[in-house]
Design a binder for this molecule. Structure first.
Ligand code: GAR
Length: 195
């Protein structure tokens, strides 16, 4: 097997995408290891999954802003990830905009999972935006993180059909199933593509 790609994972929510990555690693299908999980939400599911999987995990107080990290805090997170040896940073439901401190510390080395077929439906609750727009198909996207929000180079997408009786919750649940396949697959491709 390849040398393991060292991952840092940031998340704010349930942590089902992090869980999908861990399950793929444990199954021996993803040559990676998660060195550190960081959350901006103290009681998030991702932190309790990290404890279950015995992966080092930290809550980091994000500071006074709602949509981004305080600059000092973002520098601290970059340093923690570097000290943990992370080669790739995975945003797995991290709900804050990434700015220069992390972008400079990890150039072309941060990926994000987004619940729509980008470039359509950037921003929050993208599945709801697609449903309200009357789309027949939506899905999920994994892309490199760049300064422009939800706009970096696309690494992979999965389509999900919208059913006539879908609610926002039922649609998001099916998109998440697709995410749990797509995100570990893209991480595997990055691991395989290393020199
Ligand atoms: C996922 O659906 C992900 O696409 C979305 O948050 C959810 C996290 O779920 N991310 C965004 O909307 C980013 N803009 P999880 O905590 O169960 O992995």
């Amino acid at each position: 097997m390849n040398r393991r790609l060292k991952l840092g994972v940031l998340g704010s929510g349930k942590g089902s995408n992090f869980k999908a990555i861990m399950e793929r690693i444990i199954d021996g299908k993803l040559p990676a290891e998660v060195r550190l999980v960081i959350s901006d939400v103290p009681d998030s599911g991702i932190l309790s999954y990290a404890r279950d999987f015995q992966v080092p995990a930290l809550f980091v107080n994000p500071g006074k802003y709602r949509t981004r990290l305080e600059t000092e805090v973002e520098h601290d997170i970059a340093r923690l990830l570097q000290e943990a040896g992370a080669e790739l940073v995975v945003l797995a439901g991290f709900m804050r905009v990434i700015k220069e401190p992390l972008l400079k510390a990890f150039p072309k080395s941060i990926i994000n999972i987004h619940p729509s077929l980008l470039p359509k439906y950037k921003g929050l609750e993208a599945w709801k935006q697609a449903l309200e727009a009357g789309e027949k198909v939506t899905g999920c996207t994994v892309h490199y993180v760049e300064a422009a929000v939800d706009a970096g180079h696309i690494l992979g997408q999965r389509e999900v059909a919208i059913q006539p009786d879908d609610t926002p919750a039922s649609l998001h649940a099916r998109i998440q199933e697709a995410e749990h396949d797509l995100l570990p697959e893209v991480v595997r491709q990055i691991a395989d593509g290393r020199p």
